[in-house]
Design a protein around this ligand. Structure first.
Ligand SMILES: Nc1ncnc2c1ncn2[C@@H]1O[C@H](COP(=O)(O)OP(=O)(O)O)[C@@H](O)[C@H]1O
Ligand SMILES: [Mg+2]
Length: 269
């Protein structure tokens, strides 16, 4: 099917506490084409996570329109929402916080597969779980490990496997490498890029490092105080940002982008 996979129009997210209301997202519109990566950048508090959660139906007070594969997401009934949540998954910053500490990686994946009716037997679920671990670059034998027995980067891989195993076509990665060592960040980002290329995954990458975005994203939107202040092809926005706020973000970019630069240079030789 042609047309963007995700289309967001005039999205607004409000948080209310008593008589106070904070409008965290103020009329954001964009589209993400199939198989592409949209980067969402902006300083802390600019509304990136609120935007992400609203798109996935995890926020209460939302207005505007979210269209996924031609369907209006905000108006879906329970069954429709369940189907949507299988196709659209979130990957969070803290992989330890989103994994059950008492469940081995293989069992966690197998459970998800069984719950969604994707494996008929335990043995089938275990075999699929092992395949997914290999898909994200882990040894199948790691199925027997508990979350605390993995490194941070490995845990994020398990998280990715869990998101993908239900058949996700769209991933929202909210600062997926911010909690990881710099040396590991590039590995996880490259895995995401490979999944985009090999499996046609469409995704939204949320982060504050514009140098990383240049490598990962096709298009970027720059958020400030709940609004999009700049948008365009990642290369263009980064080569010559039009907005002074984007220039500030660019100047503050840490060194992961440079690590990726070195990798890219190495690969080209
Ligand atoms: N659950 C919440 N209740 C009240 N205010 C919130 C909540 N979550 C976020 N906010 C506020 O909304 C704004 C945007 O936050 P957030 O979407 O988390 O930004 P970012 O992800 O860019 O750091 C901030 O002012 C934040 O304080
Ligand atoms: Mg956030």
């Amino acid at each position: 099917m042609s047309g963007p996979l995700l289309k967001v129009e005039d999205l607004r997210v409000t948080y209310r506490a008593g008589r106070r209301a904070v409008e965290a997202v103020r009329g954001v519109s964009f589209a993400v084409a199939r198989g592409r990566c949209l980067g969402v950048v902006g300083e802390s508090g600019s509304g990136k996570s609120s935007l992400a959660r609203a798109i996935l139906g995890l926020e209460e007070d939302v207005s505007g329109r979210v269209e996924f594969d031609g369907q209006a997401v905000l108006a879906l009934d329970r069954a429709g929402r369940l189907a949507f949540r299988r196709r659209a998954q979130m990957v969070f910053q803290d992989p330890l916080g989103s994994l059950n500490p008492r469940r081995k990686a293989g069992a966690a994946l197998a459970e998800v597969l069984r719950v969604h009716g994707l494996a008929a037997t335990r043995a089938e679920a275990a075999a699929q779980a092992a395949d997914w671990l290999e898909t994200v670059g882990l040894d199948a034998a790691y199925a027997d490990r508990f979350p605390h027995e993995f490194s941070g980067g490995q845990r994020q891989r398990v998280n990715l496997a869990r998101a993908l195993c239900v058949g996700a076509e769209f991933l929202v990665a909210d600062e997926p490498v911010s909690a990881l060592d710099v040396s590991v960040q590039a590995q996880i980002l490259n895995l995401l890029k490979a999944l985009q290329e090999k499996r046609g995954i469409t995704w939204m990458l949320i982060g504050h490092d514009l140098a990383v975005m240049r490598h990962m994203a096709d298009e970027v939107i720059v958020m400030k105080a709940g609004e999009v202040v700049e948008r365009g092809p990642a290369e263009g926005v980064l080569a010559c940002p039009a907005h002074p706020y984007t220039r500030e973000l660019l100047a503050a970019a840490p060194n992961v982008g440079r690590a990726l630069d070195r990798r890219a240079a190495g690969a080209a030789v």
